[in-house]
Design a protein around this ligand. Structure first.
Ligand SMILES: *Cc1c(COP(=O)(O)O)cnc(C)c1O
Length: 413
């Protein structure tokens, strides 16, 4: 594997593959079907031979993006889906079956938690644990535990789990370690470094970065031995061991469930990916500066950001992310005597929106929006107060973000 830096690898990748007319970008292939002169070639594509027959299982444009994500993770291979949620659902529905048990972190994206609750209706049992406490994770393991799911930096309250310890634990027990690293991104953490078996990214977030496409990906890091996994179907055992997990996800999820990424979205995500490292560096720098400002500002009763000394997992974040940064998400409670609605409505640069990882800084009151379906008690367990704001820090000039908060406060009081 070529060991150039992330940006060099990504911006030169298309050009180095066989590409039409020496174009520097992979073209957007719009065909939904592929025609063959010799029927034996058509038959071969339905077997183990790589190629395209019908774009529900992929297009050359989507494959070009998958190769870039694999390079970012230094993995064995990747699959793309229509959204991050489609990617998570694909893994859970194709690698688990009724009677299996999995362990999930308390601190996960609300829609993921909702999906996991739905799995209970299918006979797939879940135990939810505090993944910042490895003892709790260990204690939850049963004889039928097949999978452990966690996020890297949790959305929205920024807990950092003991990711390496969980990787070691899963390795020793033969449990599939499935990690959503949307928030850390490969800039701070590669799945391999924590022995993740499968890594998921919501491509809609910082990897695309421009809030102009939805997508999700699953990467096999090569760390898991599929030979030991009991749920690989007989037909996929004809594939090399390293490819068995991804091929089962591809056939059973992409082919049979059809949440496929379009070439158009794949192209936009791939172009966003070219500047990923530059954008994410700037966003990480901005987030630390903004969190430091917010912590000393009288407006906020509490500020959670893994880069602050006061964060419960600050030391762990230093070890895991090697001081490259601490992510782009800040969770802050607005002081209770400040009118939350008035304050938010006075923001001018910071946008009121639910997305993450965008070039623009976004702010969302968490309890009445993404956690509206959850009971007040459950929100309290997750550390979500009624006046909690989630801020996804963008690439703007950070002094303008600070000024925006100051002016909104002046207008509110
Ligand atoms: C947004 C998000 C998802 C879901 O991704 P979509 O592309 O919006 O479906 C999953 N996990 C995390 C951590 C996210 O932030």
């Amino acid at each position: 594997m070529d060991k150039k830096g992330i940006t060099t690898t990504i911006v030169h990748m298309d050009r180095q593959k066989a590409i039409e007319h020496n174009a520097v970008h992979k073209p957007i292939h719009i065909a939904s079907q592929y025609a063959f002169k010799d029927v034996r070639d058509l038959i071969a594509v339905f077997g183990n031979t790589p190629g395209y027959a019908y774009s529900r299982q992929g297009t050359p444009t989507v494959s070009a993006l998958e190769q870039k994500i694999t390079a970012l993770e230094d993995g064995v291979g990747s699959l793309c889906f229509a959204s991050g949620m489609a990617a998570i659902a694909a893994v859970m529905l194709t690698l688990l079956k009724a009677g299996d048990h999995f362990i999930a972190s308390h601190y996960i994206f609300g829609n993921t938690k909702s999906l996991f609750n739905t799995l209970g209706n299918l006979g797939i049992e879940m135990t939810v644990v505090d993944t910042t406490n490895i003892g709790e994770v260990k204690a939850a393991i049963k004889s039928n535990t097949r999978l452990l799911f966690t996020e890297s930096i949790a959305n929205p309250v920024t807990q950092v789990s003991d990711l390496k310890a969980m990787g070691d634990l899963c390795e020793s027990k033969g449990i599939l370690y499935f990690v959503d690293t949307t928030m850390a991104t490969p800039y701070l953490l590669r799945g391999k470094d924590i022995k993740a078996s499968l890594v998921m990214h919501s491509l809609s977030k910082a990897l695309c970065g421009h809030a102009n496409a939805l997508g999700g990906s699953i990467t096999d890091t090569g760390m898991f031995n599929w030979d030991n996994y009991p749920n690989i179907l007989e037909i996929y055992k004809s594939y090399p061991v390293a490819n068995r997990g991804l091929i089962q996800i591809k056939k059973k999820a992409l082919r049979d469930m059809g949440a496929s990424l379009s070439s158009d979205a794949a192209s936009r995500i791939a172009i966003g990916l070219e500047t990923f490292e530059l954008r994410i560096q700037k966003m990480n720098e901005n987030a630390l500066k903004l969190a430091q400002y917010m912590q000393q500002s009288p407006l906020f009763s509490e500020v959670k950001y893994p880069g602050l000394d006061s964060h419960p997992q600050h030391e762990l974040a230093n070890q895991l992310f090697q001081q490259k940064g601490y992510g782009t998400l800040i969770a802050a409670s607005l002081r209770e005597d400040i009118d939350l609605v008035a304050f938010l409505n006075h923001l001018q640069v910071i946008i009121l929106a639910t997305h993450l990882g965008d070039n623009r800084t976004l702010c969302l009151p968490v309890a009445p929006t993404i956690y509206a379906e959850m009971s007040a008690e459950d929100r309290a367990v997750m550390g979500i107060s009624d006046n909690l704001l989630r801020i996804s820090v963008g690439i703007e000039n950070v002094e303008d973000l600070i000024e925006d908060i100051e002016q909104a406060y002046q207008k509110t009081v």
